[in-house]
Design a binder for this molecule. Structure first.
Ligand SMILES: [Zn+2]
Length: 219
């Protein structure tokens, strides 16, 4: 079940008090409609009933996909690498194995959902993304500020990412063969430890850089 609450917030434009619905948890398995609304952005958007002003709502929520066995804690601008939530452990600790992730932005949340729903390992994805980022920087001669997983096709033997290139953040799609994903699995798995896997962890660009560094050092 999804868990909701409500809160009154004042419109930043006209000051009108609006009662809004807040989601503490979104359960994608029991409430697929909330998954849809989350991915479309509707669930985290605020529209003032008085003046029509719209804004993005930013508050912590837990995304739970029981079918694909992953949970993602979204905490806007979180500045830590992992988080252990005792209450959540009590509730879900027995339901192993479950992948637990911590993300600090709505875009990261959407990317993780996309990765796990595709049946992929986000650690391997981050390692491949880091390698392809270098490829794109060499090809374009410009700096890449970020990128996200955007394509997976077994029939075309392609996995791909959309990168943001240069000062304008122009979109650049770079794909590669699935073999590269398989080859990167060793790097990602070597970085895992048992203790880490029980808390909500960040797996992002910094994580991939560390994993690659440790892998090369131990070779
Ligand atoms: Zn308003």
């Amino acid at each position: 079940m999804s868990n909701t609450g409500s809160k009154v917030i004042s419109c930043p434009k006209c000051g009108h008090d609006n009662e809004i619905k807040l989601f503490k948890t979104v359960n994608a398995t029991t409430d697929p409609q909330f998954r849809e609304q989350l991915l479309s952005g509707e669930l985290l958007s605020f529209t003032c009933s008085e003046c029509g002003h719209t804004a993005e709502l930013r508050y912590p929520l837990l995304y739970n996909d029981m079918k694909n066995r992953f949970m993602i804690y979204y905490i806007p601008d979180v500045d830590r690498d992992k988080l252990t939530d005792e209450a959540l452990e009590k509730e879900y600790g027995s339901l192993e194995p479950i992948t637990r992730r911590l993300v600090g932005s709505f875009n990261e949340l959407k990317e993780k959902i996309h990765i796990f729903e595709s049946g992929l390992d986000d650690r391997v994805i981050e390692v491949v993304k880091a390698a392809l980022k270098d490829v794109v920087e060499k090809r374009t001669g410009e700096e890449v500020s970020g990128g996200y997983f955007s394509k997976y096709s077994a029939s075309e033997d392609r996995i791909g990412f959309t990168f943001f290139v240069g000062d304008e953040g122009e979109q650049f799609v770079q794909t590669t063969r699935l073999e590269i994903y398989e080859k990167s699995a060793g790097v990602a798995k070597a970085a895992e430890t048992e203790a880490e896997s029980r808390s909500f962890r960040r797996v992002d660009r910094d994580w991939a850089r560390n994993a690659l560094y440790r892998y090369k050092k131990n070779k």
